[in-house]
Each structure stands twice: as structure tokens, then as C-alpha cells.
Design a protein around this ligand. Structure first.
Ligand code: UDP
Length: 365
């Protein structure tokens, strides 16, 4: 018998395992996939580190989380400066003076403000459209956000929560950095190497579906930490928690360079994908071939990948019902992006996992 069974070998499961093993506990980590790393898993193809489930750039304001991550892999500096392809051209993101100059030919920040803030912004935006128009004005909303959002979420932006767009900066300086965080980078050998190092010392079993064999698996450990969705854990008693899924279409190309940039957002409805990622540009290393992943959003049907929770009021309430259902369980904890039904950056995932490990280490000291 082990001290902990951890269901899910993603970043949350691996970080919590590390914290528990560092206190002398034994961990069995299982995953239904045949690989570790969850949705930040990477693979190396012809020397190129490929982000299999979309581009992941690690960024944080926390020196503690940054130092923690550095202990388990070498990072290379990387600043996320995506481009946006719209029906009229290729532009810089996030919204900043480069974008305004490229789009309107404006170099004066006051002139840019005047262009953007022509429509009176709603003081308390209640949906994504209102929030986006308040942030960048209607013209940029229609060019950069409307089409992308319709594809990404499969819903009208007026039916989506404003929080989704709130994480994109708008600046009146020439600064293309997508994030406002102090620390930013990508593990040199990929996220799967980071997760493998975090899991060092754990017993790992892959290709095992906890939900299909839970009574036997539960008996193997003193405590279970579950990182999957709570609706599945509770046999969908109150119905399914909706997620948005993505089909990741990765192509090998026998050429040195395809799009000259790591990440290009595709904002127009003329192309089905939302993002095109050419992985080699994350490292800047030369190679004679290249790999490009296009992301095509789709509905989550229970068998494809649950990528983004859809955090509107109804779904959050549904998640709260599941939370109360599992709240009293003995020798059971849960956490991570899926179980919390929250959009979480990787630093948030690590912070939450460290917190849970500390809590459990104190409880079973
Ligand atoms: N978004 C958009 N156009 C873009 C980039 C983002 O409309 O070029 C909107 C879209 O609704 C998206 C949200 O902003 O879901 C958040 O974007 P972010 O880049 O944070 O998405 P992620 O990288 O997490 O998929």
C-alpha cells in the first residue's frame, strides 16, 4: 500500500507528488493517457520540442514559483509576442502601439486612445463583447476578437463571461509582451521533462482509467488525490460540466521555416483554426524541417480533450453542486484545472499543488 494515489500525471498531480515525496511519503501516480504531462505535454520530433496541446509559455510574478520550477528543469528565456492574422493583414499582439501603428498608421498614443475609446464603455461589462469593446473599442473588437471568439468558444461573445478576455493587456507603449509578469520562459527540454523530474521517485502507471477501476485502485493507497473532472467522478449525477475542446492538427513540413514566428492567432472566420504554432521558433534552434500545429476548436463530447471550462453562471453553479457532493469524502482531495473547473495558468497550478501538499503534510505529519 502507498501513502497517496494521485489520479492524473499533469502539472498539478506531479507537483503535489513532489511535495509529498519530499516529506517522505510514497506516491503512485496514474493517468489514463499513455504519457505524462497532461495538457502541457511535449514531445521531441527531429530535435524540435513540440507542444502537443497548444503553446505553453510559463509566466509568473512569483519569485517563489519561478525558483521552484527552475529546480526541476533548465528554462530558456522566451517572451510571448504572438501575431494576429486578420482579414486585412498580420498585426502585433497584445494590443499595443505596434498594433495601432500597423492597423491605423498611428504613432501618437493619444491619437490611438481617441480611435479606441469612441464608444462609451459600459462601466460594468456583463459579457465578453462589452468587456472587449471597453478594452479596445468596436473596430478592433470586430477585427481581432469577434471571429476568434466565435471560433474558440462556439458561442456569441454576448453569451460569454467578461473574465475570459480580461487577461489580455492593452498598452499605449511599444511593448509586444503578451504577459504582464516578471518571469517568463519555456523549459529547454519541454514540459514533459519538467513533469518527469517532478515525478522522480514516484511509481507511475500509464494507460489506467481510474474511473473504470476505482474500488480496486482506492484500496492501494491511504489517500486519493484526484485531478480529473468532478462530474465524471460523480457519475454525472447533476449533468455534464461543459468544456470547449480543441483538435490539435500537427504537421511535419520538410522546410526550414513556415511562418517565421512561433504563434500566430487566426482571427478571421475565413480559416477554421484559431492558432497556428511553429514550435521551432520557441527555441530559435535551427533544423532542416519544421512542425506546425493548428488548433481547431470544437465541442467537448466526453471523448475528446476537455480544454477550457466555460465559466458562465450556470456552469459555475453546477460545479459548486459537485464540489459539495465530494466535500465530505474521507481520505480524498482534488485539485488542478479540470477538478477546479477553472482556467488556470501553470504558475497557479503549481501554487495550488504546493499548497495542497503542505496541507496534507501537516495533516499526516
Ligand atoms: N482572443 C481573441 N483574439 C485573439 C486572442 C484572444 O478574440 O487574437 C480572445 C478569445 O476570446 C480568447 C480570449 O481572448 O478565448 C483569451 O485569450 P488568451 O490568449 O488568454 O487565450 P488562451 O491562450 O488561454 O487560449
Amino acid at each position: 500500500m502507498v501513502d497517496y494515489l494521485i489520479v492524473g500525471a499533469g502539472l498539478f498531480g506531479a507537483t503535489v507528488a513532489r511535495g509529498l515525496m519530499d516529506s517522505g511519503k510514497s506516491c503512485l501516480v496514474i493517468d489514463r493517457r499513455h504519457e505524462i504531462g497532461g495538457n502541457c505535454a511535449t514531445t521531441r520530433l527531429n530535435g524540435v520540442v513540440v507542444h502537443q496541446y497548444g503553446p505553453h509559455i510559463f509566466h509568473t510574478n512569483s519569485a517563489e514559483i519561478w525558483r521552484f520550477a527552475q529546480r526541476y528543469c533548465e528554462f530558456q528565456a522566451y517572451t510571448n509576442t504572438p501575431k494576429a492574422r486578420t482579414k486585412s493583414g498580420l498585426y502585433s499582439l497584445p494590443f499595443n502601439m505596434h498594433t495601432f501603428e500597423e492597423f491605423w498608421g498611428i504613432t501618437d498614443p493619444e491619437a490611438a486612445r481617441k480611435k479606441i475609446y469612441r464608444e462609451e464603455a459600459k462601466p460594468r461589462p456583463v459579457n465578453l463583447e462589452e468587456k472587449a469593446v471597453a478594452m479596445v473599442g468596436r473596430e478592433l473588437y470586430e477585427e481581432f476578437i469577434l471571429g476568434y471568439t466565435l471560433k474558440q468558444w462556439g458561442r456569441d461573445p454576448r453569451d460569454l463571461p467578461p473574465s475570459i478576455i480580461g487577461r489580455i493587456p492593452v498598452r499605449f507603449t511599444y511593448d509586444n509582451n503578451y504577459y504582464d509578469h516578471i518571469y517568463q520562459g519555456i523549459p529547454k527540454d519541454g514540459y514533459s521533462a519538467l513533469v518527469a523530474n517532478l515525478l522522480s521517485g514516484a511509481e507511475i502507471l500509464l494507460g489506467i482509467d481510474y474511473l473504470l477501476d476505482r474500488s480496486r485502485l482506492d484500496k492501494m493507497a491511504r489517500h486519493v488525490i484526484y485531478t480529473g473532472s468532478l462530474d465524471a467522478l460523480c457519475d454525472f449525477r447533476f449533468g455534464r460540466l461543459p468544456y470547449r475542446s480543441i483538435t490539435f492538427d500537427t504537421q511535419y513540413m520538410p522546410q526550414e521555416n513556415f511562418q517565421s514566428h512561433a504563434v500566430i492567432n487566426c482571427c478571421s472566420l475565413d480559416e477554421p483554426h484559431t492558432r497556428s504554432t511553429e514550435h521551432k521558433h520557441f527555441s530559435g534552434k535551427s533544423s532542416s524541417c519544421t512542425y506546425v500545429t493548428r488548433e481547431i476548436p470544437c465541442e467537448y463530447d466526453g471523448s475528446n480533450i476537455p480544454c477550457y471550462p466555460i465559466n458562465d453562471h450556470t456552469n459555475n453553479e453546477l460545479h459548486a453542486k459537485y464540489r459539495s457532493l465530494v466535500a465530505g469524502r474521507e481520505r480524498f482531495s482534488y485539485g488542478g484545472r479540470l477538478a477546479q473547473y477553472r482556467y488556470m495558468d501553470m504558475d497557479m497550478v503549481i501554487a495550488a499543488a504546493i499548497k495542497l501538499a503542505k496541507k496534507l503534510n501537516a495533516k499526516y505529519a
